[in-house]
Design a protein around this ligand. Structure first.
Ligand SMILES: [Zn+2]
Ligand SMILES: [Zn+2]
Length: 73
């Protein structure tokens, strides 16, 4: 049974290609936040985060450098 395994969990776009590096949520290229994260010894890892992880500074070391996300309170 194929039940939409390749659907982005953020926007339901059926072209999921990526996974969040932290929570492994399925993401399409439009929703994934690409980050280069340094390991501290000169090595930089490319990572992708879902929108909720991308703005969480306990998850994404670069979250504080991002523009504040517009939130609907
Ligand atoms: Zn998406
Ligand atoms: Zn995530």
């Amino acid at each position: 049974m194929q039940c939409n395994e390749l659907v982005c969990e953020v926007c339901n776009n059926a072209s999921m290609q990526l996974k969040c590096s932290f929570c492994h949520k399925k993401l399409c290229y439009a929703c994934a936040h690409f980050e280069l994260v340094g390991s501290g010894c000169g090595t930089v890892y490319p990572l992708y985060y879902c929108p909720s992880c991308a703005y969480d500074d306990s998850i994404n070391p670069n979250a504080c450098f991002k523009e504040p996300q517009k939130k609907k309170e």
